[in-house]
Design a protein around this ligand. Structure first.
Ligand code: DAH
Length: 339
């Protein structure tokens, strides 16, 4: 019996010495100390041992169990501490490594220009409003005095969604929404995205941005239009900027004009930038057509107004001397970070 116990103990200790995982350790525990374990089997055989021998054999079994248990405990502790060390090693942080640079965003030139524009008009008492990009034909064309079959409809190659619903080709549609609200006077600008089925090139894109302006009040005259837009041009391009109004045609304004500013590169002498003319066209404008007022339930005998439409990309391109509009849509951080 004594030999048997010794050999069990030795086998257990040997196995424990080469156990390299907690799972294996558990297997060994079951093999020797489990319900059907080798040591347990010996205990079960105690009934066959002579009564006077039992205390001695019992003490030997206990000694064997305690030795195995103590060894189990040691190996377990060693394995656990090795695992912890491995984990700590793999999680080590090298505090001497240089930190990764956090790349932060940068305002887009369109937004920089828009913020400036909004500042100028808000400073003159204008409200900034927005209109929908998906529009009824009525707001984009009809209510702006562009009825079906009007040639201006062809000029603005329209993306139609249904016969009556389209992607707005101009922010002028926002004028109608504001007038329909019936709250007068109106002094608003409406920035936003517009769509036209144009091919992409250095000066065209199927989606670009406009800033619409509308003022309606009693006794608003063309002189107010000129004065307002001249102030705007000077604030945006510099105090020495001159403005010039050329007659033009828009269906929703009468009279209509385009406004040029003196070239802020050469001061009007003529350069590559202004194509030697000394002037740069920046917006369309005019007095709101009486028919447009009437359609939105404003009495043209009581109220008059002026409107203007600015191409936002055009302002950004001019101000920041960008020579290809496509750069504005590529979101290349190296380009954007320059503004
Ligand atoms: N909607 C015109 C366009 O897209 C621009 C424009 C011209 C707007 C004259 C106006 C205006 O409000 O009065 O070409």
């Amino acid at each position: 019996m004594k030999e048997r116990l010794e050999s069990i103990k030795e086998a257990a200790l040997n196995k424990l010495n080469s156990a390299d995982t907690l799972d294996k350790l558990n297997e060994i525990r079951v093999e020797f100390l489990g319900k059907k374990g080798q040591l347990t089997e010996v205990l079960k055989g105690m009934k066959d041992v002579a009564a006077e021998e039992r205390p001695k054999v019992g003490a030997m079994v206990n000694e064997a169990r305690e030795t195995i248990e103590a060894k189990l405990d040691d190996v377990k502790k060693a394995l656990e501490s090795a695992a912890r060390n491995l984990k700590l090693k793999s999680e080590v942080i090298d505090v001497t490594l240089p930190a990764k640079k956090n790349t932060v965003g940068h305002p887009h030139p369109n937004n920089v220009a828009l913020a400036e524009l909004e500042d100028i008009f808000v400073g003159m008492g204008y409200e900034v409003v927005e209109g929908p990009e998906v529009e009824f034909d009525y707001y984009n064309f009809e209510a702006l005095n562009i009825p079906a079959n009007h040639p201006a409809k062809d000029e603005q190659d329209t993306f139609y969604i249904t016969k009556d619903i389209l992607l707005r080709t101009q922010t002028s549609s926002t004028q109608v929404h504001e007038m329909e609200k019936g709250k007068l006077p109106i002094r608003m600008i409406a920035p936003g995205r517009v769509f036209r089925s144009d091919e992409v090139d250095a000066t065209h894109s199927p989606s670009f941005h406009q800033v619409e302006g509308l003022v309606i009040d009693k006794n608003v005259t063309f002189a107010d239009l000129k004065g307002t837009l001249a102030v705007f041009a000077r604030k945006l391009f510099g105090e020495e900027t001159k403005v010039k109004f050329r007659p033009h045609h828009f269906p929703f304004t009468e009279p209509s004009a385009e406004m040029d500013v003196s070239c802020f590169k050469c001061g009007g002498k003529g350069c590559r930038f202004c194509k030697d003319s000394g002037w740069i066209e920046i917006l369309g404008c005019g007095m709101v057509h009486p028919h447009v007022l009437e359609m939105s339930h404003i009495d043209p005998n009581e109220y008059t107004g002026f409107a203007f439409g600015i191409g936002l990309e055009r302002i950004a391109i001019l101000k920041y001397e960008i020579d290809d509009m496509r750069l504005l849509y590529e979101n290349d951080a190296r380009f954007l970070n320059q503004f």
